[in-house]
Design a protein around this ligand. Structure first.
Ligand SMILES: *[C@@H]1O[C@H](CO)[C@@H](O)[C@H](O)[C@H]1NC(C)=O
Ligand SMILES: *[C@@H]1O[C@H](CO)[C@@H](O)[C@H](O)[C@H]1NC(C)=O
Ligand SMILES: *[C@@H]1O[C@H](CO)[C@@H](O)[C@H](O)[C@H]1NC(C)=O
Ligand SMILES: *[C@@H]1O[C@H](CO)[C@@H](O)[C@H](O)[C@H]1NC(C)=O
Ligand SMILES: *[C@@H]1O[C@H](CO)[C@@H](O)[C@H](O)[C@H]1NC(C)=O
Ligand SMILES: *[C@@H]1O[C@H](CO)[C@@H](O)[C@H](O)[C@H]1NC(C)=O
Ligand SMILES: *[C@@H]1O[C@H](CO)[C@@H](O)[C@H](O)[C@H]1NC(C)=O
Ligand SMILES: *[C@@H]1O[C@H](CO)[C@@H](O)[C@H](O)[C@H]1NC(C)=O
Ligand SMILES: *[C@@H]1O[C@H](CO)[C@@H](O)[C@H](O)[C@H]1NC(C)=O
Ligand SMILES: *[C@@H]1O[C@H](CO)[C@@H](O)[C@H](O)[C@H]1NC(C)=O
Ligand SMILES: *[C@@H]1O[C@H](CO)[C@@H](O)[C@H](O)[C@H]1NC(C)=O
Ligand SMILES: *[C@@H]1O[C@H](CO)[C@@H](O)[C@H](O)[C@H]1NC(C)=O
Ligand SMILES: [Cu+2]
Length: 558
């Protein structure tokens, strides 16, 4: 009897201990410094974290607390965003400048402190001020809790693959010049894969090499950190199996082409099942309208270890990329994405909706006395071109400071029109710092409706603080009567950034269970700069753990 009791105690102790040590605090130090690059198309100083491009990978496990101490040693203001991390009650650590925090100024430091709850997979971190994220970005790997397996066959090895966009000029000069002229900015000069372009005009980089062993399976953790471009990704001769996007598991499916927007992440299994040799890896842009893009294909190499036939000097099996306007490839890819929706990882799609919003997103043209044509291109949501405040909205909300924002953001276009067919000839917008208020735990449906003002475009739209379910999409104007009939409320993909198709719409749903101020914006940085952004204020709940936590004592001041 006693013996049995002791055994039970022992078992209990053994079971108890791992859960005590399971969640850890992970400390990182991010020193923001300028660093000369020589490997790439131009030797120039770029802003980096710890001198690295791409920056360091942040590793943690689900339930861990991550503490990143940022020290700013550059002349520019900086802020950091942990893209896709829910930041439950810790909006102070979310990072978009003037939305949740004032910038970390030269010589200052700030500690980002947040806990990873209910998420596992790949995400990315990036600077969230001006165009700094062009060079200030890196991957986030959230491993499952200790002892919890992946819901797919365990890979032999994992590989992080980060895409970027490279300008020979200083990026802040590129955007400043565009804003001064009121015109679109110069497109980038090259794309990068793990910080290297591969052979490209006037670029010396040989390109990144990924080594594999024949027969082994690799988990590719793919991050699109490009500034203004949605990308296609291929590996010559190989299929990949998609298993996760934006740190949520998917139903596995095989594909030879991945479509990935800026801010999105994709995990894919790659089996090294081809003849030993060299295979080209490539990325190229997607753009199915008249908008200019950087058409340079960046290349890297998948190299099998083993024999001479795979030596660096051996020929490489090449791949052909989809054309820039290959809309069908993007549609096929997006239509194949489904939530895993298993017992363990259910899709909790809101079935009833408290707030139903229609957000018309696109560009416009406003008068500008000092611009070349007397006008400037802007962007807007429901005809509001967002004006950045000079104090962070979250602080203004928390301390009840008036005059920073108004809470009259329109939930519907002020004047409905034929969004994708015959847009108004008056392309002017209004401007303002407006937010939309949501009650704690209310349910929200947003239909993101693209417009054809100037030209229709695809908009990879990102919501901070939440994952949402993508319940429907279509081409043309959203039809509130008929389109909901075909919504997928069973296993829609869950993510934090979604491409709204060119000249079409996408419907998303989420539960506002995270109090704070949460940015919604196009992740094409140029559209954000032009004003395609707004914020939600989610009220505190009444329960004990339903309020935003107090701000950290080192929160930067404006
Ligand atoms: C970086 O390179 C430029 C020229 O390419 C040079 O003028 C400058 O001194 C270098 N800066 C550092 C910090 O090495
Ligand atoms: C991070 O936040 C937790 C509370 O969530 C606190 O206990 C801890 O001291 C903080 N760490 C740092 C380094 O600020
Ligand atoms: C943008 O491109 C134009 C035309 O090629 C060039 O004259 C200008 O210097 C570029 N701007 C920047 C900031 O690189
Ligand atoms: C490469 O550099 C040369 C010399 O600076 C220039 O004339 C040429 O136009 C460049 N080519 C490309 C494709 O940028
Ligand atoms: C493959 O070869 C590279 C380069 O020689 C080496 O760094 C790497 O460790 C090898 N990997 C395996 C799995 O053998
Ligand atoms: C895509 O662009 C190519 C030219 O690059 C053109 O020939 C083709 O018709 C276009 N396809 C579509 C569907 O617009
Ligand atoms: C604006 O000016 C540029 C050059 O200054 C010109 O090429 C362009 O056609 C003008 N656009 C409009 C809409 O007038
Ligand atoms: C919208 O405009 C397109 C193109 O002009 C037209 O085909 C379509 O019928 C219009 N839709 C409505 C609802 O008016
Ligand atoms: C947007 O607002 C401007 C300025 O008030 C107005 O002139 C224009 O008609 C509005 N456009 C739409 C589509 O609502
Ligand atoms: C907002 O609009 C007003 C009136 O149209 C204009 O005077 C002001 O300059 C605009 N502000 C910004 C930041 O664009
Ligand atoms: C939010 O609302 C749902 C549905 O009414 C309820 O099941 C859930 O417990 C609520 N969550 C919180 C945190 O209040
Ligand atoms: C940095 O941020 C502070 C606070 O908002 C602001 O006053 C200052 O002008 C900014 N500096 C630069 C170079 O933008
Ligand atoms: Cu956009």
């Amino acid at each position: 009897m006693v013996f049995r009791f002791l055994v039970m105690m022992l078992v209990a102790a053994l079971l108890w201990k791992p859960s005590l040590v399971e969640s850890r605090i992970r400390h990182y130090k991010f020193t923001v410094v300028k660093k000369n690059t020589s490997k790439l198309c131009a030797s120039k100083p770029i802003i980096t974290v710890n001198g690295k491009f791409p920056g360091p990978t942040l590793y943690a496990r689900e339930d861990d607390t991550v503490v990143v101490r940022v020290v700013n040693h550059v002349k520019d203001n900086v802020t950091f965003h942990w893209h896709g991390i829910r930041q439950l009650r810790t909006g102070w650590a979310d990072g978009p400048a003037y939305i949740t925090q004032c910038p970390i100024q030269t010589g200052q430091s700030y500690i980002y402190n947040f806990t990873l709850t209910g998420q596992r997979g790949t995400l990315l971190w990036h600077a969230h001020i001006n165009w700094q994220r062009a060079t200030v970005h890196g991957a986030i790997v959230i491993l499952p809790k200790r002892g919890v397996p992946y819901p797919f066959p365990k890979p032999d090895k994992e590989e992080i693959i980060v895409f970027g966009e490279w300008w020979k000029s200083d990026v802040e000069m590129v955007i400043n010049q565009a804003m001064k002229l009121g015109q679109p900015p110069n497109v980038s000069d090259a794309h990068t894969i793990n910080g290297q372009t591969g052979p490209a005009p006037n670029c010396s980089s040989k390109g990144y090499t990924m080594y594999v062993e024949s027969g082994k399976t690799y988990l590719l953790r793919i991050v699109n950190a490009a500034v203004n471009e949605e990308l296609f990704f291929k590996i010559a001769g190989h299929q990949m199996t998609i298993v996760e996007v934006d740190a949520t598991y998917t139903k596995p499916f095989r594909t030879d082409t991945i479509f990935i927007g800026p801010g999105q992440t994709t995990n894919a299994l790659l089996k090294a099942d081809r003849k030993i040799g060299n295979y080209q890896i490539a990325i190229s842009p997607f753009m199915d309208t008249i908008v200019a893009t950087d058409s340079q294909t960046a290349t890297a190499t998948l190299r099998y270890n083993g024999t001479l036939s795979a030596a660096a000097s051996s020929p490489t099996t090449l791949t052909t990329m989809p054309s820039k306007n290959a809309t069908k490839v993007t549609t096929n890819f997006m239509d194949s994405l489904r939530s895993l929706n298993s017992r363990k990882y259910p899709a909790n799609v809101p079935k009833t909706i408290d707030h139903s919003l229609l957000l018309a997103i696109g560009v416009g043209v406003n008068p500008c006395g000092t611009c070349v044509n007397g006008s400037r291109v802007v962007a807007d949501i429901n005809n509001v071109t967002f004006v950045m405040p000079t104090t962070a909205i979250l602080q203004a909300h928390y301390y009840n400071v008036s005059g920073v924002y108004t809470d009259d953001f329109p939930g519907n276009p002020p004047v409905p029109y034929n969004y994708t067919g015959s847009p108004p000839t008056n392309m002017q917008t209004t401007n303002g710092t407006k937010v939309y208020r949501l009650g704690y735990n209310s349910t929200v449906q947003i239909v993101l409706q693209g417009t054809a003002i100037i030209a229709p475009e695809s908009h990879p739209t990102h919501l901070h603080g939440f994952n949402f379910y993508v319940v429907g999409k279509g081409i043309g104007n959203y039809d509130p009567k008929n389109d909901p009939k075909s919504f997928n409320l069973v296993d829609p993909i869950e993510r934090n950034t979604i491409s709204v198709p060119t000249g079409g719409w996408t419907a998303i749903r989420f539960r506002a269970d995270n109090p704070g101020v949460w940015f919604l914006h196009c992740h094409l940085e140029i559209h954000t700069t032009w004003g395609l952004k707004m914020a939600f204020v989610v009220e505190n709940g009444k329960g004990p753990n339903q309020s935003i936590l107090p701000p950290p004592s080192d929160l930067p001041k404006c």
